[in-house]
Design a protein around this ligand. Sequence first.
Ligand code: HEC
Length: 204
Amino acid sequence: MKINNTLLVCLGSLAIIWQSCTSRGNNPGYEYAPNMYISKTPEPYSQLEEGWAYNPKGMSSRLPVKGTIAKGQIDYQYPHPNSLKGYEAAAAFTSEMPKTQENVLRGKELYEIYCWHCHGKGGNNDGPVVKEGYIGVPWEGYTSDYIKELPDGKIYHTITHGKGLMGSHAHMLTPSERWKVIYYVRSLSMGDEFVYEQTKNQNK
Ligand code: HEC
């Protein structure tokens, strides 16, 4: 009997120990060498821990070199402020990016992520947000004279800063992506009259 009791206590303890090592819910259980799962992450712009200070002033990443512009941000310094005056002045703003088929197709992909739910897949303002009556757009669609006569620069301004019930899309689209979307809007607006540009450097 006595042996059986000791055996029971031993088995019981083993079961408890075994259970406490098992992972469940938010408990990761017993982790062997946890530093293999939980990696060290330096705080942004601080690298003060010993052995980590590779960059000057203990920064975890370096600031861009002065006077440089990251890829895709070439016209980042968009000169027109968020104002009615800025909107009017933006009419003269253009891009060097060619209207190649590749650029327009990329614009289509982006449009079908960020724009179609309001303006509709074909640009007829029949996306679900408009159809359900949450938002109204003051012109018929991209084939309306208003859009046909609207300078690209003004569309760029609207995508960058927003206008009326359309919010800014600057944090979703890089400057070059904004142009690709604008070209796709143009292709929807002009239909068969839209002419693709040919260039050797397709992605310029
Ligand atoms: C939440 C719905 C919504 C989304 C998303 C949206 N728009 Fe708009 N858009 C509007 C509304 C509303 C207007 C009318 C703004 C006004 O003039 O008051 C507008 C205006 C425009 C205009 C005319 C701009 C001008 O200067 O008058 C263009 C072009 C346009 N949108 C294209 C786009 C593109 C391209 C995207 C995606 C990057 C987009 N929209 C995303 C609702 C939206």
